[in-house]
Ligand binder design. Structure first.
Ligand SMILES: [Cu+2]
Length: 127
């Protein structure tokens, strides 16, 4: 169990880099939320809700112990996450609401069929 869900805000001259594989984002960006989420045994480790504010530029860094295709519904981001390599979603939080992340299949399975329930949620709050 390496990571719990972690978050940071990068603004001005202040920067927190949570992990060595976290890509560098220009420090002039007004509000960049970098979050690392780990999946183990087909479940999200730690907190299962990520909270951001409308207008934030969000980067979700995914880690997994098994290949998985993830779909962030509503915001409509999809990515394949591989053990070791991880995976990234980048988006600007425009619409407010609660958006589920589901699996489109672990391991060799793929396609648009969802496992039972959401792995986690992204909540976007109004400014
Ligand atoms: Cu889906």
């Amino acid at each position: 169990m390496k990571f719990l869900l972690q978050s940071s805000v990068v603004c001005g001259f202040m920067a927190f880099f949570l992990a060595s594989q976290t890509p560098v984002i220009a420090q002039t960006d007004p509000a960049v939320r970098i979050l690392t989420v780990s999946i183990e045994m087909r479940k999200v480790v730690g907190k299962r809700t990520v909270r951001v504010t409308q207008g934030d530029r969000v980067q979700l860094n995914w880690q997994t112990d098994e290949k998985v295709e993830l779909h962030l519904h509503g915001i409509d981001q999809k990515t394949v996450v591989l053990p070791g390599a991880g995976g990234t979603m980048r988006f600007t939080a425009e619409a407010t609401g609660r958006f589920p992340v589901t699996s489109h299949g672990f391991g060799k399975k793929a396609g648009h069929h969802h496992g039972p329930g959401a792995l986690m949620y992204v909540e976007v709050y109004p400014k």
